[in-house]
Design a protein around this ligand. Structure first.
Ligand code: HEM
Length: 445
């Protein structure tokens, strides 16, 4: 059995925290140079980063041995409890079976008409010449879609906005909290108190939503399915289980899609020739109206732009797992309890898989298919693969095309494209000026 090289610049106690916080993208990009498996210090916790695409697939497919856990997953669990994203292997199959039918393609067609409505409401609220906080706008858009499609209309606007701001606070703090010693997390600092308060508020809001729906009954959405669900013995999900699943879907369905749309708009602004082609596609197909499900097959460039965005800037950029029993990966032995890390960002920036990997090139998807087999891991793989992949691609394609048919967006002063120190990969700040699209206006200055 070979040994596992340690990534350079590891410090006592801090591990690679300094590199990870100073330039996380460069750190994740640099790891494959040191081997297929590389030892990194997530603060005080020593973890093994998997830098090879095939080994990452193997890790994801052996979900019993490489179970959910490790410092980052543990922080996510503080917010999501034992919902579908975070629950351990031992209990995962039942809730996955329960929600899977809600993501069949027939349901996606139904959801698409609600998505179109909600997207149009946000996109049409913008004014010509206005400067937008793009992260806030994309969050408003995706949270409205998630709430309307998966939970019916039971979440009033102000409650939704409060939940969103609590989610933001928790997600923003997760990465740092995954890197510092656990003892520090329990100190009554203002940051720790605000974090706990945000989780408590979220839970309280959810308890109310669930109670209201229990009282009203009915519905064919996720919440109705969870309330009605029972196993073979007739046992129903407890309120806590339902609450864990609901908060999981709210966060998983909102944060990731919003972040991907933010990056897509930023990348298009930096690549005007591609943006012009995208605008032309949207103008031809939509002529200024919001996109609908039937339009999707006529928006291939829009879909490729989003796939390429997810390759270059995967919202779920790295995740931890914990080894459940002594095992082996890539010819190296890993003992039970070892933390393992996989990163879609690292794999999707490998030059052997993606020639000229830093280039934003949606046309690389003209012939290639975004599949885990070929190293596209933005939605993971195996039994824990994202259940919302089609939902997300449908929503993002409808949103980007609707925006492109109506507006031209340019980065405005006050933006900061550096990655935020957050559990999802997102720019620190993106402000953009919106101007109404002039049909057939030709290329930009
Ligand atoms: C661009 C959008 C999205 C991206 C990039 C994304 C990415 C991912 C990734 C990488 C995982 C696996 C995490 C891990 O390995 O620990 C995951 C799981 C999951 N995602 Fe997504 N996701 C997106 C959108 C959505 C949407 C829209 C929903 C729901 C409406 C959703 C629901 C879930 C759920 C429930 C899981 C857990 C699945 C399981 O363990 O059975 N995601 N997602």
């Amino acid at each position: 059995m070979g040994s596992i090289a340690v990534a350079p610049h590891r410090l006592p106690v801090l591990g690679h925290m300094v590199s990870l916080l100073r330039d996380p993208l460069e750190f994740l990009r640099s790891l494959p140079a040191h081997g297929d498996l590389v030892r990194v210090g997530l603060g005080p916790v020593s973890a093994v980063a998997v830098c090879d695409a095939e080994l990452t697939r193997e890790l994801l497919r052996r979900d019993r041995v490489f179970d959910k856990g490790g410092p980052l997953l543990d922080r996510v669990r503080e917010m999501l409890g034992d919902g579908l994203v975070t629950c351990p292997y031992a209990v995962h199959r039942r809730p996955r079976r329960l929600v899977q039918p809600l993501f069949h393609s027939a349901r996606t067609v139904e959801y698409a008409s609600i998505m179109s409505e909600r997207i149009a409401a946000v996109v049409e609220s913008w004014c010509d010449g206005e400067v937008l906080d793009v992260k806030a706008q994309m969050h408003a858009l995706t949270s409205a879609v998630t709430a309307a499609t998966l939970f019916g209309h039971t979440v009033p606007g102000p409650v939704q906005r409060r939940m969103l701001s609590d989610v933001d606070r928790v997600v923003a703090a997760m990465m740092l909290r995954a890197l510092v010693p656990t003892a520090l997390l329990r100190l009554p600092t203002p940051g720790n108190r605000a974090y706990v308060r945000a989780i408590t508020n979220l839970r309280a809001a959810l308890a109310e939503i669930i109670a209201t729906r229990r009282a009203e009954g009915g519905g064919t959405d996720l919440l109705a399915a969870l309330i009605a669900a029972h196993d073979g013995g007739g046992e129903r999900l407890s309120d806590l289980e339902i609450s864990d699943h609901v908060i999981t879907f709210f966060v998983a369905g909102t944060e990731t899609t919003a972040t991907a749309l933010v990056w897509a708009l930023a990348l298009l602004d930096a690549h005007p020739a591609i943006a012009d082609r995208l605008y032309a596609e949207a103008e031809t197909v939509l002529a200024g109206r919001p996109a609908r499900y039937e339009d999707l097959s006529r928006l291939p460039l829009t879909a490729r732009v989003l796939t390429e965005t997810l390759r270059l800037r995967p919202p779920v950029w790295f995740v931890t797992r914990t080894v459940g029993e002594d095992t082996e990966l890539g010819g190296r032995s890993l003992t039970a309890g070892t933390t393992v890390l996989y990163s879609a960002f690292t794999i999707q920036h490998r030059a052997d898989l993606y020639p000229d990997p830093e280039r934003f090139d949606p046309d690389r998807w003209l012939t290639a298919k975004p599949s885990a087999r070929t190293g596209f891991l933005a939605f993971a793989d195996g039994a824990r693969k994202c259940v919302g992949e089609d939902f997300a691609m449908t929503e993002m394609t409808l949103a980007l095309a609707t925006i492109a048919a109506r507006w031209r967006l340019r980065t405005a002063p006050g933006s900061d494209p550096r990655p935020a120190r957050s559990a999802t990969l997102q720019p620190r700040r993106l402000r953009m000026r919106v101007n109404a699209a002039m049909p057939q206006a030709g290329s930009r200055e």
